[in-house]
Design a protein. Structure first.
Length: 214
């Protein structure tokens, strides 16, 4: 989720609804001072905050994250790169889960292909690559990094996973705790979340198996 696109989407939505930031904070249960600071500095909101904002505006979270004039919601970050021969996996701008064991990209066109390390051949047919957005997983992952993940769901072990939450794809660390799953951002500026288990709002697409740093 790109912070600048999100806050721009919020500003547009408020203008179209003839509402102000103080109204939004009251409806979403957020601090006006904190929200204005994040908007001014282009800081990404916590996942739960973004969800509450989208619900207060009665808009899908995905629609708030679209680049101005974009139909897909995310700008193409990198040129197409095709690898002849060898082990390769398709790259999409963003991946969503259509259920366990299935990828659903936010656009039909593949952005390109990326070479995968040989130790991932055992997952061949279950891999896809996408881009990291935002700073919530720093210093482990940085915005612009490319991740290769499987579509085999949650394997029960702590690790970094691609999750489908409230209609959008996110990259988070998952850890079993207290009879459920903790959803953790490696960046300490973001508070962890907790889910009792998978549901229509929360699904685990698969585990991140390889990272290519920008």
């Amino acid at each position: 989720m790109d912070a600048s696109y999100f806050w721009n989407g919020v500003a547009i939505a408020l203008s179209e609804k003839d509402r102000c930031a103080s109204w939004l904070c009251k409806e979403a249960g957020l601090s006006l001072r904190t929200m204005k600071n994040r908007m001014k500095k282009g800081i990404q909101p916590r996942l739960d905050e973004a969800v509450r904002i989208s619900e207060a505006l009665a808009l899908p979270l995905e629609s708030l994250c679209r680049a101005p004039g974009s139909c897909t919601g995310m700008p193409r970050s990198k040129p197409k790169e095709f690898y002849d021969g060898g082990f390769k996996v398709p790259v999409y701008e963003q991946l969503f889960s259509a259920g366990h064991g299935q990828f659903l990209a936010d656009e039909e066109e593949i952005a390109g292909y990326i070479a995968a390390p040989d130790n991932l051949r055992r997952f061949d047919g279950h891999l896809a690559a996408t881009f990291v957005r935002g700073d919530s997983m720093e210093p482990t992952l940085f915005s612009g990094d490319t991740i290769i993940c499987d579509n085999l769901g949650y394997d029960g072990d702590e690790g970094i996973y691609l999750i489908h939450y409230k209609g959008m794809g996110f990259v988070k660390r998952l850890k079993r705790s207290g009879g459920g799953i903790s959803i953790i951002s490696d960046n300490p500026a973001y508070e962890p979340m907790f889910e009792r288990g998978t549901s229509e709002d929360f699904r685990v697409v698969g585990k991140v198996r390889h990272v290519v740093h920008e």
